[in-house]
Design a protein around this ligand. Sequence first.
Ligand code: GDP
Ligand code: MG
Length: 320
Amino acid sequence: MGFMSQTHVSMASQLIREWTGIQQFPSATQTKLLELLGKLKQDNVSTLTILVMGKGGVGKSSTVNSLIGERVVAVSAFQSEGSRPVMVSRSRAGFTLNIIDTPGLVEGGYVNDQAVEIIKRFLLNKTIDVLLYVDRLDAYRVDNLDRQVVRAITDSFGKGIWQRGVVVLTHAQLSPPDGLSYDEFFSRRSEALVKVVRLGARMKKQDSQGSLPVVLVENSGRCNKNESDEKILPNGTAWIPNLVKTIREVVSNGSKGILVDKKLIEGPNPNDRGKILIPFILAFQYFFVVKRIQRAIKNDIAKESKPMWELTSNSILSVN
Ligand code: GDP
Ligand code: MG
């Protein structure tokens, strides 16, 4: 029975459908996307696996649907997300896109470790090419919870995941409050988020300075469109090609994708690899340093407590 269900799962995961959703896009978007896929193939990238993570309700599933061009995953205005990750695979002209939608990591104000474990196990033997870290543009602050979510991601996959990271801000079609211009509002929000990611990922000043791209997304059906019928941001950028362009830039930035192997899942926090030696060093010191000193002291004590004649005979013997 266990074997049967295993086979079923692996067969199901090999079922890759033709990416027909791409035809739903206006032709201007299709042309740009096919051009980007062509460039990826030139870079020898024929498969892309994109992991989508973030808190609940921020628009992760909606963004997956927007990218694929089909309603493939359930979207919900209320916290009733499934508890399992879902991988959607589509192929087009020899190129395969895998997008993994995940449930939000937060429950009752904390990161749910079990949800994190489920996601890690789901990813076993997969390589994460890109991480889309999703949040809303129209949120006015970042807090400790955001840092916790970033930390959970970092502790699961290692700091290196952020070299492959893109911050995605949904609900991009908004009028900024307090007389701020759109660009000002966007740059403040993205600065705050990038800062929280750098903190949560324990990045040092010199780590990938300013290389975490922030991309805007508007999943709403009421998103404004340009004369070619493409969904655009308030600044006029067609956001779907722009998101894919950024993804391509991240894939070709010289960093490595993250292979989620058994070691990464079951081993210690990947950021603490060196620390694993600490107990061995302590044990070494104990046996070779502390023990020796103890023995020396014991010997001294033994010598002192021995009667004078024994000590003399011993010393005579050892001289010989
Ligand atoms: P998830 O929990 O992160 O997967 O979020 P969902 O994709 O399920 O979206 C949560 C709610 O936000 C749904 O009601 C969506 O319709 C809505 N939503 C998601 N993205 C956007 C967006 O970019 N703009 C607007 N206006 N609504 C969005
Ligand atoms: Mg969802």
